[in-house]
Each structure stands twice: as structure tokens, then as C-alpha cells.
Design a protein around this ligand. Structure first.
Ligand code: AHG
Ligand code: MN
Ligand code: MN
Length: 338
């Protein structure tokens, strides 16, 4: 319909008419955190800059001949894509210069990078990230993402590396960026979930939705069914049940893309233990915790089998976990079969 011919009452202001950039949103959020200091805002703005750089590199990947894998494996023993390394370096460079960052830890680096862990001065933060999630999709122009998690740095803990091993309940912010047909940023600082889209014409993320709530149910599951025979029996029973009850299957092969769809449309994303990955494939601190915080903040549930993901006490930075994340009723249906 031609907007100019719409009756006058349809020309009301919508939330998106009120242009809010990610930067101004972050500054407004700061006021909600009684003990917050400006450095958290600076950290989020460094992630935003990284996201714009990574988005533009992904867009030009084929033209610049940076698709495909390297001859190297990462710390997880997985073959690195060229863009895994580029995205990792981008985040390290952008975050490394921010005074409020004490430690950065990346899925791609064996050891955390200790930047400013001195025992005095302003409060500082640890930032953990999966620089490029679903990177195996890149060669086929599929969706990929970046996931990040922010923790307070606790200077009292020694050795300093142990200070990172905090349960997900301690996260002060978490988010992901989805590089799809548009670049979407989903963020929580513990007061609900907000969504922004990059406007390439002006180079800024604009707020498109605030206070997102995940639907309580929807008949969709998202898992790699190729692994079905090596799932624990409970998950096989769940699949059997879902398929007999009219469920649809959707799987992008990138957690960011799959969880984003579940956040907006409802359903459940699962990655159980398999023969190949007996503790699960996904990483607790880079993938499961930030996604669990977002989904819980949107009213959903996030479990590792029957345990709340956010309450797992990590013992290793690169620890893996099984995940069941999504609409509360759909997560309950899975648990009922375990
Ligand atoms: P990454 O590219 O960061 O290693 O993550 C890939 C993860 C996750 O994004 C996705 O959900 C899952 O691996 C896909 O694994 P399968 O190919 O085993 O389905
Ligand atoms: Mn990943
Ligand atoms: Mn990755």
C-alpha cells in the first residue's frame, strides 16, 4: 500500500521513528547500573566497532580472496578459517586499546591475554568472545556471528587466570552480532534484551526493538540430526516425540543464527553430547553462557541437560557443555524426555 494514501490515524509514531543508536542506548543503560563506570560503555563501543569491521570484511571476503581454511588448527583442534583469524585480530585490536579491559579471552587463543590486571585503579572487566561463530558456513555465503560475554575482573583472585572462571550468573553484559542479510546486534546488560540493526548508509547500529520476549512455545527444534544415533537416549526419545507431534526442523549450523531465530520465533536449540564430543561441542564461556543470559533475560530457559547453564562453575576456560536453549515450554518438553 502507498503510505501516502493511508488514513491519517495510521501515521502515528512508532518506536523506531525515535532514532536511538547503540551508542546512546549504551549510555542510557549505564545509568541503570548503580555501580557502573563508563568503561563498560567503552567496551561495548569497542565491540560495536569490531562488528562493523568484521561485517565489512565478511562482505568482501570472496572479492579479497580470504575465504577458506588455513593450514592451522585452533586451540580446540578445529581447522581455522582465514576469517576466524581476521575476526579474532579485529576484536583483540579494538578491545585491547580500551582502558577498562583487564583480560581478553578468545575461543581462538589457548591462553587469555592479560592486559591490565594491576591491583589498584578503576574497576576493570574481562571480555570473552567467539570471534566468528559458524565460520564453516562462510564459503557457502551462509550466516555467521560473533558472541561476547563481559565479566567483572576480580583482582583478589590468584593466579589471575583463575579470576576468569566465574559462572554465567556473574556476567554484566552479553550479546551477539549476526552477519546475515542485515547485521543484527542483540544485547543485554541484565535489564532485558534489545535489538539493533546496522544501517550501512550511516554506519551506525539503530535500535529496532526493546524488551524482546521469546515466545513461550513454538513447534520448532534446531539440532544437527545427523548425530542422532550418538545422542544420549533421552534426546533420541525427544526427537521421536517431536516428530510425532508436528514439529518443524530448522538448522543453520551457526549457533548465532539458530538461537536468533529461536529468540524471535520460539522453539528450542539443542546441542547434546555426541560420540565425537562426549561433553558437548559448544563452549561454556564463549557460546553457552552469553546465549543463556540473553535467552533467560527474554523469558526463556537455558539448560545443560537438567542443570541451569548460568550456574555451572567453570573449571577450564575452554570447557564444553551440552545445551538446550529456547522457549520455556519447549525446553521443558526436552527435559521431560531425559
Ligand atoms: P565455531 O564456528 O565458532 O566453531 O562454532 C560452530 C558451532 C556452532 O555455531 C554451531 O551451532 C555448531 O558448531 C555446529 O556444529 P555441527 O556442524 O556439528 O552441527
Ligand atoms: Mn562458535
Ligand atoms: Mn568461532
Amino acid at each position: 500500500m502507498d503510505i501516502t494514501s493511508a488514513p491519517p490515524e495510521q501515521h502515528h509514531l512508532t518506536r523506531t521513528d525515535n532514532l536511538t543508536t547503540l551508542q546512546s542506548h549504551i549510555l542510557a543503560e549505564e545509568a541503570k547500573h548503580p555501580n557502573s563506570i563508563a568503561s563498560l560503555s567503552w567496551i561495548l563501543s569497542a565491540v560495536s566497532l569490531s562488528a562493523k569491521v568484521i561485517a565489512s570484511k565478511i562482505r568482501r571476503a570472496r572479492l579479497n580472496d580470504v575465504l577458506g581454511s588455513l593450514e592451522s588448527d585452533n586451540v580446540q583442534g578445529e581447522r581455522q578459517q582465514k576469517l576466524d583469524v581476521i575476526a579474532n585480530e579485529t576484536l583483540l585490536r579494538c578491545l585491547g586499546s580500551r582502558a577498562g579491559v583487564a583480560i581478553v579471552a578468545s575461543e581462538e587463543n589457548e591462553e587469555p591475554i592479560l592486559l591490565r590486571t594491576e591491583t589498584s585503579g578503576d574497576r576493570k572487566y574481562t571480555v570473552l568472545f567467539d570471534p566468528l561463530d559458524g565460520s564453516a558456513n562462510l564459503d557457502a555465503c551462509g550466516a555467521v556471528g560473533t558472541i561476547f560475554s563481559v565479566l567483572r575482573h576480580d583482582r583478589r583472585v590468584t593466579p589471575v587466570e583463575r579470576s576468569i572462571l566465574q559462572p554465567g550468573t556473574q556476567q554484566v553484559a552479553a550479546g551477539y552480532i549476526l552477519y546475515g542479510p542485515s547485521v543484527v546486534w542483540v544485547l543485554t546488560t541484565g535489564f532485558g534484551v534489545d535489538m539493533f540493526v546496522l544501517d550501512p548508509a550511516i554506519g551506525a547500529f539503530l535500535k529496532v526493538e526493546e524488551g524482546i520476549r521469546i515466545p513461550t512455545k513454538a513447534k520448532n527444534y534446531s539440532m544437527n540430526e545427523g548425530n542422532r544415533k550418538s545422542f544420549p537416549e533421552g534426546y533420541q526419545r525427544y526427537l521421536e516425540w517431536a516428530q510425532s507431534n508436528g514439529y518443524s526442523s530448522r538448522y543453520a549450523g551457526a549457533m548465532v543464527a539458530d538461537v536468533h531465530r529461536v529468540l524471535l520465533k520460539g522453539g528450542v536449540f539443542l546441542y547434546p553430547q555426541t560420540q565425537k564430543a562426549p561433553k558437548g561441542k559448544l563452549r561454556l564461556m564463549y557460546e553457552a553462557n552469553p546465549m543463556a543470559m540473553i535467552i533467560e533475560q527474554a523469558g526463556g530457559k537455558a539448560l545443560a541437560d537438567k542443570q541451569r547453564i548460568l550456574e555451572i562453575q567453570p573449571e577450564d576456560l575452554h570447557q564444553r557443555t551440552s545445551v538446550i536453549i529456547g522457549s520455556s515450554e519447549e525446553v521443558e518438553h526436552v527435559v521431560a524426555h531425559l
